[in-house]
Design a protein around this ligand. Structure first.
Ligand SMILES: NC(=O)CC[C@H](N)C(=O)O
Length: 222
């Protein structure tokens, strides 16, 4: 499986993402935000965490205007896979690939800790390595992780089973405890918690490994 990891000025989880993808068996290229095209035959684009453009305006708002984001939207519209983690999730909502927005945490503080997440369904490449109902621990590290979507949008997401992960103990005020949401075709996932920071015993836990392994198994056999 070929993966591209996008790097913006201020990304700080790009290398962690590349390490996690490589450990799961992916062939990984790094892509600079000013590039107008993705590498040929890329299966998955990973938009990593960090503070793109210093989080000015709104987290992800400036990054979403980068040339590479046009290519990411085209990739997704062709049915390509996209994973956005933390700032990557913020970027994907700003591009319109995912519904809703990430607002300031309800307690107005930066939150940095491990949280438990319930895997809502295994019906996506991203969650195929888990069983629905599994509880996994991933770190969070954000100040704008409070997922918000209007009532109609929420109804649609829930009716279509597009909540991939829910917080067991909501740390940031996200509506319906949503920690990760899928696109309509289930090939774009945005999530605030960091699976790439839970893939090595040195991280304090390895619950994120199944996300990358499941994704790669599904894409290789697709
Ligand atoms: N770790 C991250 O990606 C941080 C995301 C974002 N800049 C925030 O603090 O909300």
């Amino acid at each position: 499986m070929r993966a591209a990891v996008v790097v913006f000025p201020g990304s700080n989880c790009d290398r962690d993402m590349a390490v996690a993808l490589k450990a799961a068996g992916a062939d990984v290229s790094m892509v600079w935000h000013k590039d107008a095209a993705l590498p040929d035959n890329v299966d998955l684009v990973a938009v990593p965490g960090g503070f793109s453009f210093g989080d000015y305006l709104r987290c992800g708002a400036i990054a979403a205007q980068s040339p590479i984001c046009k290519a990411i939207v085209e990739h997704a519209n062709r049915g390509g896979y996209v994973l956005g983690v933390c700032n990557g999730f913020q970027v994907l909502t700003e591009t319109g690939l995912l519904p809703g927005a990430l607002m300031r945490n309800a307690n107005l503080k930066f939150i940095c800790k491990s949280v438990d997440l319930k895997v809502e369904n295994s019906n996506s490449a991203f969650t195929s390595g888990y069983a629905a109902g599994d509880v996994v621990a991933y770190p969070v590290a954000h100040h704008d992780g409070n997922y918000s979507v209007d009532a109609e949008g929420l109804k649609k997401i829930e009716a279509e089973g597009r909540v991939a992960f829910r917080y067991v103990d909501n740390p940031n005020g996200s509506v319906a405890d949503i920690a990760g949401v899928l696109s309509e075709n289930r090939r774009v996932l945005g999530m605030m918690p960091h699976p790439e920071r839970a893939v090595d015993e040195g991280h304090g836990g390895t619950d994120g490994q199944a996300l990358f392994r499941g994704l790669i198994d599904q894409l290789v056999t697709a």
